[in-house]
Design a binder for this molecule. Sequence first.
Ligand code: FES
Length: 93
Amino acid sequence: MPKITFILNGREKSVDAEPDQTILEVAQANDIPMENACGGNGFCMTCKCHIRKGAENLSPLNEREEAMGVGGDERLGCQATLKGDVTVEPEAA
Ligand code: FES
């Protein structure tokens, strides 16, 4: 079972997740604050996260993320799905 560690205001919180859930879905299921102005449709960037560990355990960048110019350690929380453990720091919470 994948695990996400969220970094929020410098503090870490780890929660269990199901494979292929998005980062945003896991955040919402665990009352982790994560902005999602477009409702998880990949158009607003408010769910943008910095991946601190485990980027290889996420789905590859998809077309929406590429269209929004996401790159480097950034991923959209509503688009990146889990394959294994990751540590993420939401940009806006
Ligand atoms: S919630 Fe809008 S891009 Fe992810």
